[in-house]
Design a binder for this molecule. Structure first.
Ligand code: ATP
Ligand code: MG
Length: 218
């Protein structure tokens, strides 16, 4: 009989917090708090299930290589990763926001685009941004950043940013305005393709509980 231990990859913060009710619906409680514990491997009330805490953008990688059997990752992160080796059965409808283009409030984006200007765009999401602007026929130089994209237009690093927006308050606080809506974002369950076959017996009830619980929410 093969090892039926399950490892779930989550990132700290909103993904962890919003996944907890879904795990509870599957009868599983995490017994440690990642915000206060320094541990990266957390036990649960199910001796066969453990949670690993990784960077949001690393979740697909742990699952792809089977170091985690399943995980929760934003659509933004999955598009950048490419989804190779991952089965994506459920939109969990958590960590919802949108991916948008934003510029400084004095910058006339529409006229820059009309004139065919070459725009400098700073973002963490270079793949998605490249596809978006290519589809619109807008010429861009993409500048890869790892965080705090809002700063880039304020200090002249870029004309525009591609970033995640939920309430818009961070944009407003930095005198930025949303000028284009690229796509709606939510977090998805991702499952290692081999684990889905080999550990189906243990995985399926959890996937079913997640699906039911997220349908109730959504
Ligand atoms: P890190 O903070 O480690 O650089 P991150 O910013 O991607 O990575 P989180 O801020 O925890 O990590 O975001 C996790 C996921 O939540 C993102 O991948 C995205 O899908 C979603 N998300 C990001 N920003 C928001 C937001 N403002 N509102 C709602 N969901 C968001
Ligand atoms: Mg963040």
């Amino acid at each position: 009989m093969m090892n039926q231990q399950l490892t779930l990859a989550l990132s700290k913060g909103r993904i962890f917090d919003e996944t907890m009710p879904l795990l509870k619906a599957a009868g599983i409680n995490v017994t440690e708090d990642p915000e206060t514990s320094r541990k990266l491997i957390l036990a649960t009330t199910d001796p066969n299930v453990r949670v690993i805490i990784v960077r949001a953008s690393d979740v697909p990688t742990y699952v792809q290589y089977g170091a985690a059997d399943f995980g929760v990752a934003g659509k933004d992160v999955l598009l950048e990763h490419g989804g190779e080796g991952l089965y994506q059965p459920i939109d969990l409808e958590i960590a919802k926001c949108r991916m948008s283009v934003a510029v400084s409030d004095g910058f006339d984006y529409a006229s820059a685009v009309r004139q065919g200007a070459r725009l400098r765009v700073a973002t963490k999401y270079v793949q998605t941004a490249r596809e978006h602007f290519a589809a619109k026929g807008v010429h861009v130089d993409l500048i890869k950043l790892y965080g705090s994209m809002e700063l880039a237009p304020l200090v002249g690093l870029s004309d525009a940013i591609v970033d995640m927006v939920s309430t818009g308050s961070t944009l407003r606080a930095n005198h930025l305005v949303e000028v284009e809506h690229i796509m709606e974002i939510s977090a998805r369950l991702v499952v290692n393709q081999a684990a889905l076959k080999l550990k189906r017996e243990r995985l399926q009830p959890i996937l079913d509980a997640f699906e039911q619980a997220s349908k109730r929410r959504g």
